[in-house]
Design a protein around this ligand. Structure first.
Ligand SMILES: Nc1ncnc2c1ncn2[C@@H]1O[C@H](COP(=O)(O)OP(=O)(O)O)[C@@H](O)[C@H]1O
Ligand SMILES: [Mg+2]
Length: 253
């Protein structure tokens, strides 16, 4: 009998002398599991900037990592992303439809990309994950927090992030940053109150889950934010300080 858990050394387990159980070999996972890190916050708060900076640090430090984003990150998810954000016919999309499309994209991403990567001891950095749905569809679109949380749980299974950085900035700062040319998506065309509801939703979530969620002042200097994130990660996951260079991947984004 051979139970394969991961890529560690095989350990022989003799059956008890009079047992009817056959002798078994199984594999012990000695590769340290690396954390699943997510970035959250409203549009323009600096998520993608910090994801890139963290990825660059990991690369310099020889930490195996994978970067992904939501919605998207898989071929199926990228089609859903286009539909959700840019398709010309999405103006009439119902909030319920929107919620289910986000969860569909997430279900695929977790099973196709995130879980397999974590099981291979690759660190995952995600630009948005389940908290975006809790806040955008639950708090801001008011679809019912409990129901949204149930759908989130169905989509992610046991794949909860180990740590989540929420970058918190006010609507005005975000708006001034988004003057730069970029492809405005459907969420960015929402009124200012929506933006405030999203921000409040994230702050409330951070207060509810202070162990997982780290609230960061996103209006500060980008270098300082990058350093704070790195120091927090190193303190919380000492394994990041001693991981050898193995491989890097970028999911389909
Ligand atoms: N700390 C910061 N200070 C000033 N500008 C920033 C900072 N972080 C990001 N930016 C700029 O703000 C804009 C939005 O940042 P981005 O990382 O794309 O945000 P998000 O991914 O959260 O929408 C970009 O032009 C980026 O260069
Ligand atoms: Mg972004």
């Amino acid at each position: 009998m051979q139970l394969r858990w991961a890529h560690g050394p095989q350990v022989y387990v003799p059956a008890a002398t009079y047992s009817t159980i056959a002798p078994g070999y199984f594999t012990i996972d000695v590769m340290p599991r690396l954390p699943f890190i997510t970035f959250e916050g409203s549009e323009g708060c600096g998520k993608s900037t910090q994801v890139k900076r963290l990825a660059a640090r990991f690369e310099r430090s020889g930490i195996p990592f994978l970067v992904t984003r939501e919605p998207g990150g898989t071929a199926i998810g990228e089609s859903i992303r286009e539909l959700l954000q840019f398709a010309p016919h999405n103006a009439g999309m119902m909030p319920e439809t929107e919620l289910l499309l986000f969860e569909a994209s997430r279900s695929q991403l977790v099973r196709e990309i995130i879980k397999p990567a974590l099981e291979r001891a690759v660190c995952v950095i995600a630009d948005r994950f389940l908290d975006s749905t809790t806040v955008y569809q639950g708090a801001a679109r008011k679809l019912g927090r409990q129901f949204v949380e149930q759908l989130n749980a169905f989509a992610i299974g046991d794949c909860l992030p180990d740590i989540t950085f929420v970058l918190d900035i006010d609507a005005e700062t975000a708006r001034s940053r988004m003057q730069q040319p970029r492809r405005a998506d459907r969420m960015e065309q929402q009124p200012a109150e929506f933006y405030e509801q999203v921000r409040a939703g994230y702050r409330e979530l951070a207060a509810r889950e202070p162990t997982r969620i780290v609230l960061i002042n996103g209006s500060g200097d980008a270098d300082k934010i990058e350093n704070d994130i790195w120091e927090t990660l190193r303190a919380r996951f000492p394994v990041l300080a001693k991981t050898p260079n193995i491989r890097h991947q970028t999911s389909n984004i």
